[in-house]
Design a protein around this ligand. Sequence first.
Ligand code: UDX
Length: 425
Amino acid sequence: MGLSDFGNTVVGVDINEEKVRRLNKGKSPIYEPGVEEYLHRNLQSGRLRFSSNAAEGIRSSEVILIAVGTPMDTDGTADLSFVYQVADTVADNLNEFTVVVTKSTVPVGTNAAIRDRIAERSGKDPERDFAVVSNPEFLREGRAVQDFFHPDRTVIGYENEKAKEVLVDVYRALNLISVPFVWCNLETAELIKYASNAFLATKIAFINQMANLAETVGADIHKIAKTMGMDGRISPKFLHPGPGYGGSCFPKDTQALIKTGEQFGVDMSIIKTVVSSNSYQKERMVTKLLQLMNLSDTDSQAFAGKRVALLGLAFKQETDDIRESPALLVAKKLSELGGEINAYDPKAIENFKVEFPNVQYFSDCYSAVEGVDAVMLLTEWNEFRSLDLEKIASTVRSKFILDARNLLDITEAQKWGFTYQGVGR
Ligand code: UDX
């Protein structure tokens, strides 16, 4: 869709025919702000279409983008089976000089492996007949459109000058708005992506640990983070404390990086600590809730029969994605403790229902909080910032709020009689 908007003719291929059918009608399979507007516009222009015929898509294209998932395998490594399936289909349908671009996040060495695999299977020459390019994607869910059209940088790992020329043409629109292009080898491009995600995850884990200390000693983490960020070397971004990072990228990419370190015998202890402290942070939300409610965390019966409203199920705002969301762990632990859950999220309820069919779901915050013993805010949806606490105070059974995203005004919460706890303040 974005590449088509740049003026390229694009065919999006997926084996899921239902998805293809919906996309051809301009319907996005996920909730992503702004995406359908671009879909419609580009379908109408005639430059974009979707198909389930991979062979035809490959044969008719000069550039192939591999953009399939690389989910976490049971041992933490990235599962590359989808990537290699696509590479094999490409190999079986190569005709003229083709540039095979990997958009999927893949461990270092994968692009070279794709090149060798295609060469072996097709009998074609990886210099003359095709070229492999590593072009990692840095867009964020919920901001995909903005990030795609205005990236901080475009990274292109390549080994063939002809492929470079093709990519310059594909991304000409970004060049026109002076987006920096980083040209490097395949391995560097692959590692840039992992290093960036792991570093951002590290910033979050760091500020969460500082927040835990701040709340224990009576300091304010927001003042701390803001002031740290005034130092240009640190930057204020990704220093917002919370219930731990989730999503489809940070958890899987940090694990995969640890595995890469093991594979090459290189110490990845910093990332290992980030991963374990992030798990701790998610669990800490449950401990904090019990403490807030003055319940013992050693008495397994203490929480039995309590009803909690979970506001926010998605791993972050503006998405319906619940992968690795802190809400999953919180719901699981609270259920294990014998608690009952009311849940509300503006977009993620259908996805959460698949994992937790027995939770009670509501179509707005105010019905979700009726009669509950505590309210937990887990996702930073904007609508939670302006909750009517007076109204909530009049319907809950007990006035406890655990605000895991620091969205509410403490004084306002206290004014309506809530016992309030945030993260790091
Ligand atoms: C991330 C990267 O930002 C993006 O560049 C990459 O392409 C994919 O992975 P995404 O997972 O969509 O994007 O969301 P992001 O905004 O990075 O947030 C990830 C998690 O960190 C969320 O759970 C979010 O709530 C949490 N987070 C983020 C914090 O807890 N604090 C912060 O300051 C920032």
